[in-house]
Design a protein around this ligand. Structure first.
Ligand SMILES: *Cc1c(COP(=O)(O)O)cnc(C)c1O
Length: 424
């Protein structure tokens, strides 16, 4: 069988242990969805737990805080426990709360303590803008100028950040390092274990943004001794638009007073004493702030049950195989159209999506959408394609590449402007 034949794609699907999961998802009609790294699709299990929680409000009123199938009062803790195996953490080191950006604010407010010569935060120049805005504002809150105190490691090629360049920037002026696990554009996976150990050798704390890896790649945060991490649940974890964020705090830091305190960070036995002296929880729960977003958390219960069934190791295996297949088809079918693969190709260095670069990327994306393929576009020239283990088949990938080939052959993209929309 030729690797670019549909028969070969069908053969791969027959062997795929994830084949039956596809039926558990609602797939947009008449389209091939390759954007699960921006917003995961709704599963039937997520819909069910959303309904269960909505009904608990309907039927129980205030008593839903303690009663019902899922008590709202301990939902963040319960979900943290369910999410912990995905990142290699202990059950009480993970909390589902707030949003990615808010959690970063909380963690920096808690762990960033400029002292003496050690006053700088080290980040990279390719991270997601929200992370950088948060770091800049945290520095300003301490009366420090981000121009001097935020160091952003440069990329040599505009795509990747070399680990050695990060390590070289870990000077004795650095108090805290914040890095992505996987870079959102190029999909580069950083060596988390090595960076953590190098930071610690120099007496520096280190935290990771796991938005583009959690749910696609297994991590071992506790074993690697990562100080803290935060991520969203609406990308690979399929918790729905505005789904609640997540944070991990290494148990060695339990007891550190939260930078941003609020009553839901209380020791749960004490919370309703309503005293004005804050008694924080003795686990990652201490870093929650206010009342949990119960309905926005609800779909995650059903979704995490699926992850437990499937296992994150098997998810990574399929993800590597199907992204490899996609890259192979791109080489075989699209070589004459000026595309370049912008993600690392080594399995140990790549995340869950393929970053296809092209000068006409913006309008090629528009044409893909018109022709039933949903990618996403990232400035200035990247078409991100994410075949997701749970709901993308090898035949889907094969068809998507055929559609892209037709768009290029017939120059169908020329009817669009090469400019992004408001949301890309
Ligand atoms: C998606 C994403 C965010 C989004 O943050 P929110 O607070 O959930 O809006 C932040 N950082 C990275 C790296 C992301 O990929």
């Amino acid at each position: 069988m030729k690797p670019n034949s549909i028969a070969y794609a069908e053969h791969l699907d027959q062997q795929d242990p994830f084949h039956s999961y596809k039926e558990e998802f609602y797939l947009p009609k008449n389209s091939l969805y390759l954007d699960g790294n921006s917003l995961g699709l709704m599963s039937k299990r997520a819909e069910t737990t959303l309904t269960v929680l909505a009904n608990s409000w309907k039927e129980l009123g205030i008593d839903g805080w303690m009663d019902g199938q899922y008590s709202w009062f301990t939902l963040s803790e319960k979900l943290g426990e369910m999410c912990a195996p995905l990142v290699g953490a202990k059950a009480n080191e993970v909390m589902i709360t707030a949003s990615t950006t808010t959690n970063l604010h909380q963690l920096v407010a808690t762990f960033y303590k400029p002292e003496g010569k050690r006053t700088k935060i080290l980040a990279d120049e390719l991270n997601f803008p929200s992370d950088i805005y948060a770091l800049q504002s945290q520095l300003k809150l301490k009366g420090l100028d981000p121009k001097d105190h935020l160091i952003q490691v440069k990329s040599r090629d505009g795509r990747m950040i070399e680990e050695q360049d990060i390590i070289d920037a870990m000077t004795d002026e650095v108090a805290l390092v914040i890095l992505p696990t996987v870079l959102y554009r190029s999909g580069q996976l950083l060596d988390i274990e090595k960076l953590t150990s190098e930071a610690h050798k120099r007496g520096i704390l280190i935290g990771f943004d796991g938005c583009h890896s959690v749910g696609a790649i297994p991590h071992h945060f506790h074993q690697w001794d990562v100080d803290f991490a935060y991520w969203c649940t609406y990308k690979y974890l399929n918790s729905g638009p505005g789904g609640v964020g997540a944070m991990y705090v290494n148990e060695k830091h339990f007891g550190k007073i939260p930078g941003l305190a609020g009553w839901f960070g209380s020791n749960k036995e004490k919370q309703f004493d309503m005293e004005h002296t804050f008694v924080p929880a003795d686990n990652a729960g201490a870093y929650q702030i206010g009342t949990p977003h119960v309905l926005s958390t609800a779909p995650l219960i059903g979704s995490l049950e699926m992850f437990a069934d499937a296992s994150i190791q098997a998810i990574r295996e399929k993800s590597l195989k199907i992204t490899h297949y996609l890259m192979e088809l791109i080489e075989l079918e699209l070589s004459e159209y000026g595309f370049q693969i912008g993600n690392p190709t080594d399995d140990n260095r790549r995340g869950g999506h393929v970053a296809l670069e092209h000068p006409e990327a913006a309008r090629i994306c528009k044409s893909l959408k018109e022709n039933g393929v949903i990618p996403d576009y990232r400035n200035p020239n990247i078409i991100r394609l994410a075949p997701v283990a749970f709901y993308t088949t090898y035949v889907d990938v094969w068809m998507a590449v055929q559609i892209l080939k037709k768009i290029m052959q017939e120059k169908l993209y020329e009817k669009f402007e090469n400019k992004r929309e408001v949301i890309a």
